[in-house]
Write a protein of this length. Structure first.
Length: 261
C-alpha cells in the first residue's frame, strides 16, 4: 500500500481509497509551518492520482485538529506568507476530484474546522468540540467563513463566526455543518462505511456532480449548462455507466423470461 510519510501528516493509499491522517498528536495536530507545507504536498500528491476516488481525512491522537499553533502565532512566526500557504493547501483539498470525508473527533477548532469545511462530507463523534473562533484572536478565518456560509447560509455562518461559540458534533448535525454524528467508538467504522458506499457509485458521475455543486456559487446557469453537456458526454462513455446499463438490460431480459414461463 503506497504511503506518503511527511513530518506532520501521513497519506496511505489502498487502490481507490486514500487516508490522509493529520499526525502531530503532541500538539493536538495544530498547524505550524511544517504542517501547512505538508498539506500542500499531500493535496498535490492526491491530485496527481487519477485512481483515487475517496479521501478520508482524520487526526491522530486526541484531536482532529485544534487549529493554528497559537504558540507560533504569539511568537510572530505565522506571517501572511504562512496564511497564504495554509489556504493554498486547503484549496488543494477542496479542489480534489475525489470525494472527501472529514472524520472528526476531539477538538476541531479554527483551522481544524476550516479543513473539515473544505471536505465534501463530515462525520463527527457526538462529543467532538468544534468552533471557528478566529475573530476572538483578532484574525479572519481565511476562507472558512465563505465555505461555512455556502454550507449553512449567511445568517447562521455570521453567528458562528462573529461569536466563535463552541458546539458538539451532535449539535453540528442540527446546524447542518455535520452530515452524521456517531458514538466515539464508531467513527472509524462509519467513515469507512460511507467511503465504501461512495466507492460503489460510478465515480465519473460523482466527480461531475461535485464540480457542479461547487461551481453553483461561482458560475451562471448558461456556463453550468455548457459544462453539463461535456460532463454527460463523458459519463455516457464511462465504463461505470455502461456497466450499470448492461446490468439493467440483463434485469429486463430476466423479467421477460420470467413472464414467459
Amino acid at each position: 500500500m503506497p504511503t506518503l510519510e511527511l513530518e506532520t501528516m501521513r497519506c496511505e493509499i489502498d487502490r481507490h481509497l486514500a487516508r490522509l491522517r493529520l499526525n502531530r498528536p503532541e500538539a493536538l495536530n495544530a498547524a505550524n509551518w511544517a504542517w501547512v507545507r505538508d498539506l500542500v504536498t499531500a493535496t498535490e500528491y492526491l491530485a496527481q492520482s487519477a485512481e483515487i476516488r475517496v479521501v478520508v481525512v482524520s487526526g491522530e491522537g486526541r484531536a482532529f485538529c485544534s487549529g493554528l499553533d497559537t504558540k507560533e502565532l504569539a511568537q510572530g512566526n505565522l506571517t501572511p506568507e504562512w496564511f497564504a500557504t495554509w489556504e493554498r493547501g486547503v484549496i488543494g483539498l477542496a479542489s480534489l476530484d475525489a470525494i472527501t470525508i472529514a472524520a472528526i473527533h476531539g477538538y476541531c477548532l479554527g483551522g481544524g474546522l476550516q479543513v473539515a469545511l473544505a471536505c465534501d462530507l463530515r462525520i463527527a463523534t457526538t462529543d467532538a468540540i468544534l468552533s471557528i473562533p478566529a475573530v476572538r484572536e483578532g484574525l479572519v478565518a481565511a476562507l472558512g467563513p465563505m465555505r461555512l456560509a455556502r454550507i449553512i447560509g449567511a445568517g447562521p455562518a455570521k453567528q458562528l463566526c462573529f461569536f466563535g461559540h463552541r458546539f458538539t458534533g451532535e449539535e453540528g448535525v442540527a446546524l447542518r455543518i455535520i452530515n452524521e454524528a456517531c458514538a466515539p467508538d464508531r467513527l472509524e467504522e462509519r467513515a469507512l462505511a460511507m467511503a465504501a458506499e461512495l466507492l460503489a457509485i460510478p465515480f465519473t458521475a460523482l466527480k461531475y456532480t461535485k464540480r457542479q455543486i461547487d461551481r453553483a456559487f461561482e458560475q451562471d446557469a448558461p456556463t453550468l449548462l455548457a459544462e453539463f453537456i461535456d460532463a454527460v458526454e463523458d459519463c455516457l462513455r464511462s465504463p461505470e455507466h455502461q456497466a450499470v446499463m448492461a446490468a439493467y438490460l440483463e434485469e429486463l431480459a430476466q423479467r421477460g423470461k420470467a413472464k414467459d414461463t
